[in-house]
Ligand binder design. Structure first.
Ligand SMILES: Nc1ncnc2c1ncn2[C@@H]1O[C@H](COP(=O)(O)OP(=O)(O)OP(=O)(O)O)[C@@H](O)[C@H]1O
Length: 295
């Protein structure tokens, strides 16, 4: 179903959202000239230099019920940041996000308490997601089973490996059965058995959710699983349209960049930005590699 055919109710409104991260840098030369002299003087006496990274620049769009929206773009283009802003775990510097239900970002929504056991964290996480204590008693076993971390569930979370913590967070978020579901494939973690269980759970959640946002580096996954796609580049929205069109245009551009045919890449990029994405004639019969690109 193409975006233009989706008549569902508006579920998420992203209005002129910008995010800037403040981060340390050792590259004083990249700072604006006015700040360079001061930064050099500061460095000479051991002070840390900070700079701003514009992760999202004035992003606006509307998502509707029934839409499965893929986010594509090179590494660092702002995809995860956008999911985090929609989930409400990253405050935007400007703009706002309105949602008709609580969007749940699989894997990171629950704030965990390191000193408490996994079991206590599950209980707190489910309370935070709005479950009634009686419901929690009922669904706890299923959440613990999905996390599948064995006896470690009775140990403090600070003793967990990062994979074990991620599994628990995933299992808590999955219990929410959200109507607005945010999936960041980069969060995919764990061993083969968990990957299999989590994939089945994601499929189940996808079937129940009204609006889905999916970040994936595999443009083909976006083509197969989404109705619509948004291409982000250096924090800017380049094109928003039917998934197949946008994902293929992105893959084509990424392929040209990987081949170092920068002139053709620039042309493809400009056309996409103008809303006239270039879809390579061969892409239907001979798919480009999923992972091609400047990533
Ligand atoms: N906590 C942070 N502090 C400073 N900069 C950050 C932080 N998180 C992200 N960034 C920067 O913001 C920009 C966007 O990052 P983001 O993770 O949203 O990109 P992405 O498209 O999801 O990348 P990837 O495909 O590599 O996962 C990048 O330049 C990144 O370095």
């Amino acid at each position: 179903m193409a975006a233009s055919e989706a008549p569902g109710r508006i579920s998420v409104l992203v209005d002129d959202v910008s995010v800037r991260y403040r981060t340390e840098t050792s590259n004083v030369d990249a700072l604006p000239p006015a700040k360079r002299v001061l930064a050099r003087a500061g460095q000479a006496i051991g002070l840390t230099t900070y700079t701003g990274v514009d992760a999202l620049k004035g992003i606006s769009f509307v998502a509707r019920e029934g839409e499965h929206i893929g986010l594509v773009g090179a590494n660092g283009s702002g995809k995860s940041t956008l999911l985090r802003v929609i989930a409400g775990v990253e405050p935007p510097r400007t703009g706002r996000v309105l949602a008709e239900a609580t969007p749940v970002l699989l894997g990171v929504s629950a704030a965990m308490m390191p000193a408490l056991t996994g079991e206590r964290n599950v209980r707190l996480g489910l309370l935070a997601l709005g479950f009634h204590p009686d419901e929690i008693t009922e669904i706890m076993p299923g959440v613990i089973k999905l996390a599948g971390i064995g006896d470690a569930i009775h140990r403090p979370m600070k003793t967990y490996s990062s994979g074990m913590g991620a599994r628990l967070r995933f299992a808590i978020a999955a219990a929410a059965q959200p109507s607005i579901l945010l999936i960041d494939e980069a969060l995919g973690t764990g061993d083969a058995a968990f990957a299999d269980r989590s994939k089945r759970k994601i499929d189940e959640l996808r079937a129940g959710a009204g609006t889905i946002f999916l970040v994936s580096h595999a443009a083909q996954t976006i083509e197969e699983m989404c109705t619509r796609a948004i291409w982000l580049h250096m924090g800017e929205l380049i094109i928003d349209g039917p998934a197949v069109e946008v994902a293929r245009a992105y893959r084509w551009w990424a392929h040209l960049v990987a081949k170092e045919d920068f002139q053709a890449a620039d042309e493809a990029f400009t056309l996409a930005r103008q809303g006239r994405p270039r879809i390579p004639p061969s892409s239907g019969s001979k798919p480009l590699s999923n992972h091609e690109g400047p990533a």
